[in-house]
Design a protein around this ligand. Structure first.
Ligand code: PMP
Ligand code: GLN
Length: 387
């Protein structure tokens, strides 16, 4: 048998995908010694008590493979936390799986739930990993824009986009990049909208503890009917200021979780053991996550107050650690060019909103991350105020 040499050597599964904007902007920020308010990560350390708990687990010899679904004590701690906060009890044995961060959880969930030829609905703007995950599953992404004024879900447009081909709806609250937070009323409307369908929900709740001005985090797990058709994803990287640890989890009814685990076991199989034991121990004290809204609200308020004296127009920030601004009073550049310009001329890195859209967005918007020390925020503000 003879083979024709292939040119190119591989045909890409993801031909449209390059390096993520977060990586590109962080590299540029470093190159220009800019204050990096682009990629979403804190520039301060996590709690020493958490570091100690993980270190102790390593010293205690907890360093071999854990069970495939995750360390039981961590799954139990997660179950207890969700039950206390949202009133829904998952079974730790069959309904919670520990993942290597939320990104792996999202990809695994999509691969497990979606068949080639299905439609998956996302609300645009949306996190950049959703569409590649859908593409890898051989499915089609259907984008439903958020209401451009309020940045909340437009339930009429969502209803119009659902068809018998729709297998999965991906939602995200608190929402990256807009900072929008779902209300209980919107969740009720979503439940009613999905009632006559067999559509599943993948709910990305990685910013669950970053909600401001007394708002609750409205999890799909808090509505029994929605919980029965949903996978909920979260990430300890966000909650405990350790984005590099890449430990998260998925909670879902056993029938969905069984499918999730089939993919998970051949994807990562298990997630690192000492981090899981450390997190399980640390979660016994709820104060660190219950204090998070006040902790980040102070940063949000400081940053917004500083931006008020610039020519940026502030969008609302109900949750997450992101603040979006309209820069049209400062520049006519498209958002990616503006971000490059901002790094080079102001020494501050941001993320262009086009990274979260398939087509260029209508408004000139960029996103700043305020998960930073006060000195960092002040340094960025004085540069932005000088523009
Ligand atoms: N979803 C959203 C909305 C995010 O902003 C991020 C980035 N942290 C992730 C998922 C991925 O989280 P992780 O770092 O745990 O993979
Ligand atoms: N989730 C982070 C953000 O939105 C970035 C994570 C990443 O670099 N992929 O900034």
């Amino acid at each position: 048998m003879s083979f024709e040499p292939r040119t190119p050597l591989v045909s890409s599964r993801l031909p449209q995908v390059g390096t993520t904007i977060f990586t590109v902007m962080s590299a540029l920020a470093q190159q220009h010694q800019a204050v990096n308010l682009g990629q979403g990560f804190p520039d301060f350390e996590g709690d020493p008590a958490l570091i100690d708990a993980v270190t102790q687990a390593m010293r205690d010899g907890l360093n071999q493979y854990p069970p495939m679904a995750g360390v039981p004590a961590l799954r139990e701690a997660i179950v207890g936390k969700i039950e206390r906060l949202h009133g829904h009890r998952y079974d730790p044995a069959s309904e919670v799986t520990i993942t290597a961060g939320a990104t792996q959880a999202l990809l695994t969930a999509v691969l497990a739930l979606v068949q080639p030829g299905d439609d998956v609905v996302v609300l645009e703007p949306c996190y950049d990993s959703y569409e590649p995950a859908i593409a890898l599953a051989g499915a089609r992404t259907v984008r439903v824009p958020l209401n451009p004024q309020t940045l909340h879900v437009d339930l009429d447009r969502l209803a119009a986009a659902l068809t018998p081909r729709t297998r999965l709806l991906i939602i995200n609250t608190p929402h990256n990049p807009s900072g929008m937070v779902w209300t209980a009323q919107e969740r009720d409307q979503l439940r009613d909208l999905l009632r006559p369908t067999d559509i599943l929900v993948l709910s990305d709740e990685v910013y669950e503890h970053m909600v401001y001005d007394g708002r609750p985090h409205v999890s799909v797990s808090g509505d029994p009917e929605l919980a029965a058709r949903s996978m909920v994803v979260s990430s300890f990287g966000k909650t405990f200021h350790v984005t590099g640890w890449k430990v998260g989890y998925v909670a879902a009814p056993a029938s969905l979780m069984a499918e999730f685990r089939k993919v998970h076991q051949f994807n990562v199989f298990t997630v690192n053991t000492p981090m899981q034991h450390g997190l399980a121990r640390y979660l016994a004290n709820p104060a660190p996550y219950l204090d998070l809204p006040a902790f980040y609200q102070r940063k949000r308020d400081l940053f917004r107050a500083g931006l008020a004296s610039t020519r940026f127009e502030l969008l609302p920030c109900e949750g997450t650690y992101f603040q979006c601004v309209d820069y049209s009073a400062i520049s006519d550049l498209d958002d990616a060019s503006f971000c490059r310009w901002l790094i080079e001329h102001a020494g501050v890195a941001a993320i262009p909103l086009s990274a979260f859209h398939a087509e260029a967005p209508q408004r000139q918007l960029v996103r700043f991350c305020f998960a930073k020390r006060e000195e960092t925020l002040q340094a960025a503000l004085s540069r932005l105020q000088a523009l």
